[in-house]
Design a protein around this ligand. Structure first.
Ligand code: ADP
Ligand code: ADP
Length: 226
């Protein structure tokens, strides 16, 4: 678990688009912050800079008090959950969950322990020997969550993870993600354009507009005040 501190973070894409124009934000240990705002406001760029998938043009990103600007994604101690699941189709669920840990040299017994724990939390134990193609959308999304959980990262980064699911499943999964995030108490940054999802999930909402923070507050502060 770790705090995340953004200090005057900026992104100028090659070609000159100023996607993020000076964002400063302190995210506390265990807190879930949801980034919302209209399409093109810079949510995804900001998340990708925290993840290390996009270079930072100016400012600093610190995770657990350590500036990570120059670190590769793998060295940042974060796990990302995507809408497209990013599962390997030719591997079983168990192999998908184990893959990244194996590459890091995690001992087999520890891998098994983490997979069992994640499978229990996510209720995917019955599907561990299936391939992703043999799962429903909701089950695949749980496996994608499982891949993040088994890493036991300092922080989770969610990039619109539910946007490919049908409406009913989206509601169910957002409740599950909230429950999971609260019980693991892992610092999380969650990007969505869905206001209801944002309100359900957030400890704190950050509304972006034109690459800048427009508003920050709890769901109650932002939506229920007269
Ligand atoms: P959001 O996630 O809020 O929809 P993005 O972070 O994807 O916003 O995009 C912010 C701005 O940066 C938009 O104007 C978008 O067109 C631009 N942008 C995003 N990715 C790139 C890129 N790879 N190259 C150039 N411009 C980009
Ligand atoms: P895998 O992608 O199968 O987990 P690795 O763990 O070896 O394999 O990761 C390869 C690259 O992808 C590394 O840069 C790693 O940080 C990144 N990566 C893998 N899974 C995630 C994830 N859930 N969140 C963020 N980065 C990830």
């Amino acid at each position: 678990m770790a705090s995340i501190t953004l200090s005057d973070v900026r992104k100028v894409y090659p070609g000159g688009v100023e996607a993020v124009r000076g964002v400063s934000l302190d995210i506390a240990d265990g807190e879930m912050v949801v980034l919302v705002g209209p399409s093109g406001c810079g949510k995804s760029t900001l998340l990708r800079m925290i993840a290390g998938l996009e270079t930072i043009s100016a400012g600093t990103v610190a995770i657990g008090g350590r500036v990570v600007n120059e670190l590769e994604p793998a060295a940042r101690d974060i796990a990302m959950v995507f809408q497209n699941y990013a599962l390997y189709p030719h591997m079983s669920v168990r192999q998908n969950l184990a893959y990244g840990l194996k590459n890091r040299g995690t001992p087999a017994a520890e891998i098994a322990r983490r997979i069992d724990a994640a499978a229990a939390i996510l209720e995917i134990a019955p599907f561990l020997d299936r391939r992703p193609g043999q799962l429903s959308g909701g089950q695949r999304q749980r496996v994608a969550m499982g891949r993040a959980i088994v890493r036991e990262p300092a922080a989770f980064l969610f990039d619109e993870p539910l946007s490919n699911l049908d409406a009913k499943l989206r509601v169910q999964m957002r409740v599950e993600i909230r429950r999971l995030q609260r019980s693991l108490a892992t610092t999380s940054v969650y990007v969505t354009h869905d206001q209801l999802e944002a309100m359900t999930l957030a400890d704190r909402l950050v509304v972006l507009n034109g690459g800048r923070i427009e508003q920050v507050g709890t769901p109650i502060e932002l939506y229920e005040k007269p």
